[in-house]
Write a protein that binds this ligand. Structure first.
Ligand code: SLL
Length: 288
């Protein structure tokens, strides 16, 4: 593809958050029966995806995504063209985990070459404890492996810079959202500022999974912006809230490490003292 005419905007970096990963669901006769035609040995239904944070549209910068699946899967190379506001995704069934190659193709105006990501399809939660394994499960038992990522456009071309910064606006309401009381009921219109109407109940720690009316996350992530939500909502674990929790965990871990280091140093000092005492007491002939 020919590079776009025009200049690059010097000294500017624009970033856009996005999420990629897999969600897998084991087949079972009650909640997830195997559809007809699915081979006997297949144990899971799974999805691999690339999407905007809080499900906002990313097709204004990402044009298509190629998912390269395992060779044992029929037609392993899947090219998915962007549809505004929809995730780029592939649904499959299978029995084994493997690495998926995800190639991102940017809009022509960007002049950017495609970029490749790698993602391990996770079908089985792992961890030392049940609790650790549980963090890989959503409420419905789905096994998730999701990654938050930021796409950086370094010194974008003029025309692409204009696309990226043409004004942020509220996203449409989620399908099935209550007509009134949603966080971002369809107010439409461009550039109506950062805040969204209150609405959605404050979510609790981590991703809580009670079935609720689908609502946008608190914090009003705008389309065409680099915002991330203030709080989580079911299925949307990447937010300032999560960030704060991670920071808290890191701080607590740091205190623990400092504590251990102090204790260790005390032990070493005590042992050293004991060694000096023993040396002092030892018969002269043993001294070197
Ligand atoms: C493993 N190295 O041994 C991996 C290979 C392959 C997964 C996993 C086949 C699906 C189909 C399938 O699930 N392949 O037949 O459509 O675990």
């Amino acid at each position: 593809m020919a590079p776009p005419s025009g200049k690059r905007v010097k000294g500017i970096q624009v970033f856009r958050p996005f999420v990629y990963g897999t969600t897998a669901k084991p087949f079972d006769d009650v909640t997830n029966p195997k559809p007809p035609g699915v081979p006997n040995e297949h144990t899971h239904l799974w999805t691999v995806f690339v999407k905007g944070i809080d499900d906002v549209d990313i097709t204004y910068w990402l044009r298509r995504v190629q998912f390269k699946l395992h060779e044992t899967i029929p037609n392993p190379i899947r090219m998915i063209d962007g549809e505004k506001g929809k995730p780029f995704q592939v649904h499959e069934t299978g029995w084994g985990e493997f690495e998926i190659t995800i190639k991102l193709y940017y809009v022509a105006e960007s002049g950017e070459k495609p970029q490749t990501l790698y993602h391990h399809l996770r079908l089985h939660p792992y961890g030392r404890t049940e609790e650790e394994k549980e963090t890989m499960r959503l409420g419905g038992g789905d096994i998730i492996s999701w990654t938050y990522e930021e796409q950086i456009f370094n010194e974008p071309y003029d025309a692409f810079y204009d696309i990226l910064t043409s004004g942020a606006y509220p996203p449409p309401a989620l399908p099935g959202a209550a007509a009134a009381g949603g966080n971002n009921s369809k107010s439409g219109g461009k550039g109506s500022g950062g805040k969204s109407a209150g609405g959605g109940g404050k979510s609790k720690e981590k991703d809580q999974q009670q079935p609720t009316q689908p609502q946008r996350s608190e914090g009003g992530v705008l389309e065409h912006s680099a915002m991330i939500p203030l709080t989580n909502r079911p299925g949307q674990p990447f937010s300032r809230e999560t960030e704060q929790l991670e920071i808290k965990k890191l701080k607590e871990a740091l205190v623990k490490v400092e504590d251990l280091t102090k204790k260790m140093a005390e032990e070493v000092a005590a042992k050293d003292k004991r060694l000096q005492e023993l040396r002092a007491d030892a018969p002269v002939s043993n001294k070197k």
